[in-house]
Design a protein around this ligand. Structure first.
Ligand SMILES: [Zn+2]
Length: 352
């Protein structure tokens, strides 16, 4: 395909004699490609592979995107990059367009956008929706320094992109999976709040939300937390944190089952001793796009590893991520989405 497209470029040919009927090809397309001077593009890494995830992180946290500041042209360039991947994999927009544009503030001239795409549902559950999301903006340039945001949140975007790519190839009956990449999270969850107020699918049919924010480093990757991690026997190389499973058996089961298949320890807030649990809950309340969904009654899971020593610093760069861990977590979270999208029991309890 690439070779035939390129063959149409270049200077106009000199007028040809009377056209001949097209000859029957005598060589296989691969042989034609092999004979061409144009090198074939390298094969794309497999869905949810370490190489594929790393490539997204490096592209989104590249110096050229200058930290994807909320409402900047760098954020828009990151959006274009995400949309290009979705198109490449034939993942369609949920409406006429991938972009849901909104103002940063009611009185602001500056805009940001959510990117919304769909993996349509199939069968009896097709009219119910599971939202799978991650914010793609970061802090941009401050005092002349770019905050590249590899962990926050190129890691989460990479997981949602690759998870979507994997789920798109599956054909079993399931709910619709709505992919939402949120803009302007860093200035106060602006994109997810806008989505919750302007949903592209009815909130009443949205049975669950899965948010991914910072999953490429060990949980609580801070020098000061080393002792606490060892006290609670948290394995830094094989654990995944989640908020939102307490008192929600369908969601808890989905998260536990998915983590077991990747040999990950699941650390939900309710699993920590009570004093730590209270601190964690108070600290995380309202600090992620999942809360915008909780606020309108959609049960939401927030997968993340918490803040590292490089959190919101220019040193949050792609080389700091633990890619084998990111890969296992991205696979497990995708499996959570798969389980929530296929479970017979509705993840959302009917209103009392
Ligand atoms: Zn974040």
């Amino acid at each position: 395909m690439l070779v035939s497209l390129l063959a149409g470029c270049g200077p106009a040919p000199t007028p040809a004699p009377a056209p001949l009927p097209a000859p029957t090809p005598t060589v296989a397309p691969s042989a034609t490609a092999a004979a061409s001077p144009v090198p074939a593009p390298p094969p794309e890494p497999a869905p949810l592979s370490e190489a594929a995830l790393r490539a997204h992180v490096e592209a989104l946290a590249a110096p050229e995107l200058r930290g994807r500041g909320s409402g900047t042209e760098d954020e828009a360039a990151a959006a274009a990059l995400i949309i290009a991947r979705l198109k490449q994999w034939s993942i369609a927009p949920a409406g006429d367009d991938y972009l849901q544009t909104f103002k940063l503030r009611p009185d602001s001239g500056r805009e940001s956008a959510n990117i919304i795409a769909t993996l349509p549902g199939r069968g009896a559950l097709a009219n119910e929706v599971v939202v799978f999301g991650a914010h793609y903006d970061h802090l941009g340039v401050r005092h002349g320094e770019a905050y590249l945001g590899a962990e926050d949140n190129a890691s989460g975007v990479a997981a949602v992109l690759e998870g979507a790519r994997a789920l798109a190839t599956e054909s079993s009956p399931r709910r619709e999976v709505l992919l939402v990449f949120f803009g302007a999270e860093e200035i106060g969850l602006v994109g997810s709040r806008y989505y919750a107020e302007h949903p592209v699918r009815p909130i009443s049919q949205t049975v669950a939300m899965v948010n991914v924010d910072m999953i490429g480093r060990p949980i609580g990757d801070r020098e000061g937390l080393r002792l606490l991690r060892s006290l609670v026997k948290l394995d830094p190389d094989a654990s995944l944190g989640v908020l939102g499973t307490a008192d929600r058996p369908v969601m808890r089961e989905a998260a536990e089952g998915a983590c077991a298949t990747e040999a990950l320890q699941l650390w939900a807030t309710e699993d920590f001793p009570a004093p730590i649990r209270r601190v964690l809950e108070a600290f995380s309340e309202g600090r992620g796009d999942s809360f915008s969904f909780e606020d309108v009654g959609v049960p939401a899971l927030f997968f993340g590893a918490g803040e590292s020593d490089d959190y919101h610093r220019p040193t949050d760069t792609p080389d700091k991520l633990h890619y084998p861990l990111l890969t296992r977590r991205a696979r497990a979270i995708t499996d959570v989405v798969r389980r929530l999208a296929t479970s017979r029991e509705r993840p959302r309890r009917p209103n009392p």
